[in-house]
Design a protein. Structure first.
Length: 369
């Protein structure tokens, strides 16, 4: 399996030209091991490795959602309570009403709110790369956007609002609560909220991105995107971590160490995700993605991407195997994205036979893809 995963990472770096790719796998049968290909720094040629820190983007959503569900388990937040109960008057206008949007709908992206990132990403990078954004400013941006066409619409704005709910009921920011309830108890020493700090502390991979193609289709040159103010991601996208810490977090969450079984089951109650915004077959729970595996069963976890170029994914599959992947440039073509997803499947499936069927996360019988 190690050789197969290594070949998948080779495909990403050699065929698709990504600077570096790394993975860590933890399995009860074979312990913890890692593999990497390419370089962490194009300037120095330093090899990529799975111990470096990186920005994990939207994988931050699972950390925030876990704290929300912990507070629900303590009776301090109602998952089916309206947002208006905690944040009166925040969600108003353009057809939105906090009296009809529940906390659950925020966490599963069925609130009907668009993503404020859509309002930012079309601007020239130099206008916002180093800018500080306030959470309520970002929410106001989302409220001004047209409503999405589909019931399920992936939106970081939802997680920002969930973070404000945490702050309202605890009196502490969501970053402090994630640190107190998750990072410290699990010993995730390489995971932290950077705030306005644009650099990544400690050993880390550089990250790279390309801008829009020039007129005539000429590719834009690759730029270093390591330094970035990620306050635009906030509770839904700002965390910095390592593949090892990400693995430990998802292993602890899906292993029942962070939530009672009843409340973990709430996180795993899924709805169909829009394949155009995730991928075919994916379903979404409360800050958790469920994705079918080629060898049967499902992985549970989350991925994350940041504009500067880091890509992360952490997941737990059948038998409790946990897998974490890191890239330092986002795949730029559909084929490259497919090969990234193939690497995830390889990590879970290379040493497993393909069965004839399975059960989907909503409890319905489903044929194996």
């Amino acid at each position: 399996m190690r050789q197969a995963l290594g070949r998948s990472l080779d495909t990403l770096t050699r065929r698709h030209g990504l600077p570096g790719a790394a993975a860590e796998v933890t399995d009860g049968r074979c312990g913890t091991w890692s593999t990497a290909r390419g370089v962490a720094d194009l300037g120095t040629g330093r090899p990529m490795n799975a111990q470096d820190r990186l920005r994990i983007g939207s994988a931050s959503k699972t950390f925030t959602a876990t704290v929300v569900v912990q507070l629900a388990a303590e009776g301090r937040i109602g998952l089916d309570a309206p947002v208006e109960r905690y944040l009166p008057g925040l969600i108003r206008g353009n057809g939105h009403d906090g009296r009809t949007i529940t906390v659950r709908r925020l966490l599963q992206h069925t609130s009907g709110l668009r993503d404020h990132v859509e309002a930012i990403a079309d601007r020239p990078v130099k206008e916002w790369r180093y800018r500080h954004f306030e959470t309520r400013e970002l929410i106001a941006m989302a409220l001004g956007l047209p409503r999405p066409d589909k019931t399920w619409h992936y939106s970081t704005t939802n997680t920002l609002i969930a973070g404000l709910v945490v702050e309202k009921v605890t009196g502490r920011g969501v970053e402090a609560e994630v640190t107190r309830r998750i990072l410290r108890p699990l010993g995730l020493r390489d995971t932290y909220w950077p705030g306005d700090e644009t650099r990544i502390r400690g050993p880390h991979s550089r990250s790279y991105f390309t801008g829009p193609a020039a007129p005539g289709g000429t590719p834009s040159p690759r730029a270093d995107g390591t330094e970035w103010n990620v306050t635009f991601g906030g509770a839904g996208g700002a965390l910095i971590s390592t593949p090892s810490d990400v693995n430990r977090f998802y292993g602890a969450l899906l292993g029942g160490r962070l939530l009672p079984a009843r409340w973990l089951a709430e996180m795993k109650r899924t709805v169909p995700a829009d394949p155009d915004r995730l991928w075919p077959g994916a379903r979404y729970g409360l800050g958790l993605i469920a994705s079918p595996l080629e060898c049967g069963g499902w992985w549970w976890g989350h991925g994350g991407t940041v504009p500067g170029g880091h890509r992360a994914l952490g997941a737990v599959g059948p038998g409790g195997r946990s897998v974490s992947l890191a890239l330092n440039q986002v795949p730029g073509t559909d084929r490259a994205e497919e090969d990234f997803q193939s690497a995830v499947n390889t990590a879970f499936c290379a040493d497993r036979p393909r069965p004839g069927g399975g059960t989907d996360p909503s409890g319905h019988a489903k044929e194996t893809p």
